[in-house]
Design a protein around this ligand. Structure first.
Ligand code: PBG
Length: 308
């Protein structure tokens, strides 16, 4: 145990995926430190993102809706650290918070659910997603597609698909795998759908000032995942991206640094600006510069999506 008188309190959202990721984190901590079963206590916190299901995230306040209540629980000391899908963590975080560790990354790709391939969709297909990135990438592959807003947790989306509301939807392979639903959907190669920055990564945040907890968490950090995800987040920062913006980025660890691919796509899928670059681990300014280069190369209409 880290504290002699109480367990470490792990804060998480209550969705099945969030809970699966929380248990993975608790297990990793117990294993690396040799702690007993009860050394980490899981505390569930409902977030606004979980509560509001009928509007696109981008329209109601963005990614902060996934973290706000957990941030507050960190500040009040109700929890010692919070476990997040890194994809849901805003690029700009208050200085008080510190990303202390990331778990080894899962499959970064998306899965197409409902049909065997984009070609197998009928003419003028309906595709459900609330992700501007996935919407734009679908339109690039299938200009005849209509995108309908699709929110809710993985099970909710699969249930909506089953009712025949849409022909297909897209979900992160990582989420499906962690929910033991690896058999759902067809994995889309990254050259067709470059994933969202941070997709497939679980991050653990605590208060920067909480040295003991920061050190305990650092022991489970997967450095390759951490460095790759930080570079992808750097691109987002350079773009000033919000969740209105169709942005994809993926960094891969190589022998002497990172290989980063990033793209921005117009909502109709007709314009893609793509950059590929090698950079050193931890060189966040270089990653931000790639984001800025994407913007400079974009048409005024695409660039406008990133302003204001
Ligand atoms: N807010 C949606 C969200 N955030 C993280 C994941 C999946 C897990 C991951 O990417 O690590 C999902 C669901 C999805 O995109 O299908």
């Amino acid at each position: 145990m880290l504290f002699t008188d109480r367990p470490l309190r792990l804060g998480t959202r209550g969705s099945p995926l969030a809970l699966a990721q929380a248990h993975m984190t608790a297990r990793a901590l117990r294993a690396v430190h040799g702690w007993a079963e009860g050394a980490v206590q899981i505390v569930t916190v409902q977030t606004s993102g979980d509560r509001i299901q009928d509007r696109a995230l981008a329209d109601i306040g963005g990614k902060a809706l996934w973290t706000k209540e957990l941030d507050r629980a960190l500040v009040t000391g109700e929890i010692d650290f919070a476990v997040h899908s890194m994809k849901d963590v805003e690029t700009l975080r208050p200085d008080a918070f510190h990303i202390a560790a990331m778990l080894p990354r899962a499959d970064v790709r998306d899965r197409l659910v409902g049909v065997e391939s984009f070609d197998a969709l009928p003419a003028n297909p309906l595709v459900g997603t609330s992700s501007p990135r996935r919407a734009a990438q679908v339109k690039r592959l299938r200009p005849d597609a209509t995108i309908t807003l699709f929110r809710g947790n993985v099970a909710t989306r699969l249930a909506k698909l089953a009712t025949g509301e849409v022909h297909a939807t897209l979900l992160a392979a990582a989420g499906l795998d962690r929910l033991d639903q690896s058999d759902v959907g067809v994995t889309i190669p990254i050259d067709l759908m470059l994933p969202a920055p941070s997709q497939g990564a679980v991050g653990i945040e605590t208060l920067a000032a909480n040295d003991a907890v920061v050190a305990a968490l650092a022991a489970i950090n997967d450095r390759d995942t951490f460095d790759a995800v930080m570079a992808e987040r750097g691109v987002l920062k350079g773009l000033g991206g919000t969740c209105h913006s169709p942005i994809a980025a993926l960094a891969r660890v190589e022998a002497d640094g990172l290989y980063l691919v990033a793209e921005i796509i117009s909502p109709d899928g007709q314009e893609t600006v793509r950059e590929e670059a090698r950079l050193l681990r931890g060189d966040e300014p270089a990653a931000e510069a790639i984001g800025q280069t994407l913007l400079e190369r974009a048409s005024p209409a695409l660039r406008a999506l990133f302003e204001g």
